[in-house]
Design a protein around this ligand. Structure first.
Ligand SMILES: [Zn+2]
Length: 302
């Protein structure tokens, strides 16, 4: 036994394999913020997981667009149709970026309610107003909690925190990415708060980066598909954008022209007809630049 042990000790210590986990509040945020990170990591042989935190089932104008109904006529089945489409789009986009379909993890929490869940410190179960669901689900594969625990998780604060902390513990990522807490969308801010708390709870030691989607008062700059331009800070009515974040950003990751083109394809894979918002797709495509930019939880001025 002693010989075997000393033999094992003589082996070179294996280095921890690189694993990058991108957390998206909704199916599409992962490519808007991190398509370049994902494709570059996969190209160098790193593993990548994309975690859609919500089912993408809380956007009435998109549910109407997908089902060809008026916005005030959509019901639960229409939100399920939207959710199914958006989850399929996430899966397709991962393949465009060089990943595999099983690189997608869907937690299946309620779109539009992440802020309510984070705030509900009494841990009561929430019912989503659009789908009437009160527990996790996914439509193109099993939701994370069902796949690991054999049953869905109720929509409550401790479920989200528990799933995220368990994922970090199981996967032991070397880098994680999540939307920034200065984001204008409450689900995006709450995604950050949940991730920050989960990382703290399980003693996460890897790198922690944030990306910005709905920056305030407007974002990104310059507007439009501009694969040859860097992100810039902007000004709206005298106010500097993005609000609450240092500029230049602490981390800038260059994209080649080919990578920017592929990022555009992955964003186009998320095309949804949104009633009354024809600019929705072009806004997403404005994130095609010659780089991606990131902050850290410590880089905020507050
Ligand atoms: Zn989003």
């Amino acid at each position: 036994m002693a010989i075997g042990l000393s033999g094992a000790l003589a082996q070179p210590r294996p280095t921890r394999p690189e694993l990058i986990v991108v957390f998206a509040p909704h199916p599409d945020d992962e490519v808007i913020g991190c398509a370049g990170i994902i494709m570059q990591a996969l190209a160098r042989g790193a593993r990548v997981k994309v975690v859609d935190i919500t089912s993408g089932d809380g956007f009435d104008a998109a549910a109407a667009g997908v089902t060809h109904k008026a916005v005030n006529q959509v019901g639960p089945d229409d939100f399920f149709a939207l959710s199914r489409l958006r989850q399929t789009q996430s899966r397709n986009a991962i393949e465009i970026l060089g990943g595999k379909t099983d690189d997608l993890i869907i937690l299946g929490y309620p779109d539009g309610d992440l802020g309510n869940l984070y705030d509900s410190t009494d841990d009561k179960v929430i019912r989503q107003q659009f789908t009437k669901k009160n527990e996790t689900y996914a439509l193109i594969q099993k939701d994370y909690h069902s796949s690991v625990h054999g049953k869905p998780a109720p929509y409550k604060r401790s479920s989200v925190l528990g799933d995220l902390a368990e994922l970090l513990t199981t996967l032991q990522p070397t880098e994680i990415y999540v939307t920034d807490e200065t984001d204008g969308h409450i689900d995006h801010r709450a995604a950050f708060w949940f991730l920050r708390d989960a990382a703290k709870q399980m003693g996460y030691k890897g790198a922690f980066y944030t990306y910005l989607v709905h920056g305030l008062p407007a974002w990104p700059f310059p507007p439009g598909v501009t694969p040859n331009r860097l992100f810039e800070s902007g000004k709206v009515d005298g106010e500097v954008a993005p609000r609450g974040l240092p500029w230049p950003p602490p981390r800038r990751v260059p994209l080649t022209a080919e990578q920017a083109e592929r990022k555009l394809k992955s964003i186009r894979a998320h095309n949804i007809p949104v009633v009354g918002m024809p600019e929705h797709q072009s806004e997403m495509e404005s994130f095609v630049k010659s780089e991606e930019v990131f902050w850290t939880p410590l880089s905020h001025s507050r």
